[in-house]
Write a protein of this length. Structure first.
Length: 236
């Protein structure tokens, strides 16, 4: 199986592969079986804010936490106590402690003398149970192949409309074919520009910070392998 890295930055990897589409879909689904830590229970002792308790609990559940391996039945506690000032106080996720991936996520705005006091408990779960346990996204599409003839080199407007895909320097050129979400029907009015979908796949993996982006792929593979092993045992 061949793989070609197309883009890599913090939290995102893009690569092209000749992987079978059935395997690609199995890996995509297996992301929902990676064990991830997320807030699941919240005890709210005081809440004078404009948001009702359930809304605050929902926001807390969606805050990405630094992933940890816990024993069955164990949880991690996060305490929060805040009070509004004269100018109002924005309560941010970082006030929960050091195990928060993004400390600037807003939870609630407290007006003068309003208070919020709570204890949140996080446990390990899987994305197939609830989206808050997903570590990110893994998705794919067929790799587009773009052909530009001498007639198509004059269409500078394509570079303006799709700057990630095309560039124009006296003539139209392909900048990043993998970034293209168009097909042949979308460019019929641009004579000399043709887009076809190849059997190869463009894989995109994005992490929400609980685990490294490269680990999403490897952990999804482990989850898939475990399921296949269980199936093999069941068929014996």
């Amino acid at each position: 199986m061949a793989m070609k890295l197309l883009k890599k930055d913090e939290g995102k990897i893009v690569f092209e592969t000749d992987m079978n589409i059935s395997l690609a879909n199995a890996l995509r689904r297996s992301v929902g079986e990676i064990p991830i830590l997320a807030i699941d229970e919240v005890d709210i002792y005081k809440n004078d804010s404009a948001l009702y308790d359930e809304a605050i609990a929902h926001r807390l559940g969606l805050i990405p936490l630094t992933n940890q391996k816990l024993k069955d039945g164990k949880s991690v506690a996060f305490k929060l106590k805040a009070k509004g000032t004269d100018k109002g106080t924005e309560v941010l996720s970082g006030e929960l402690g050091e195990d928060i991936v993004y400390g600037e996520m807003p939870i609630v705005l407290l007006e003068k003398d309003q208070e919020l006091e709570l204890v949140a408990r996080a446990n390990v779960g899987e994305g197939k149970q609830h989206a808050k346990y997903l570590p990110g996204l893994l998705y794919y599409k067929q790799s587009p192949k773009i052909k530009i003839t001498s007639e198509g080199e004059k269409h500078s407007e394509l570079a303006e409309l799709y700057p990630e895909v095309f560039e124009f320097d006296g003539k139209l050129k392909v900048k990043n074919a993998w970034a293209c979400d168009l097909d042949g029907d979308d460019v019929t009015e641009y004579k000399g520009v043709d887009i076809e979908l190849s059997p190869e796949l463009v894989f995109v993996i994005e992490s929400w910070g609980q685990i490294d982006v490269k680990d999403i792929f490897s952990e999804a593979g482990k989850a898939l392998k475990s399921n296949l092993n269980d199936l093999t045992k069941a068929l014996k």
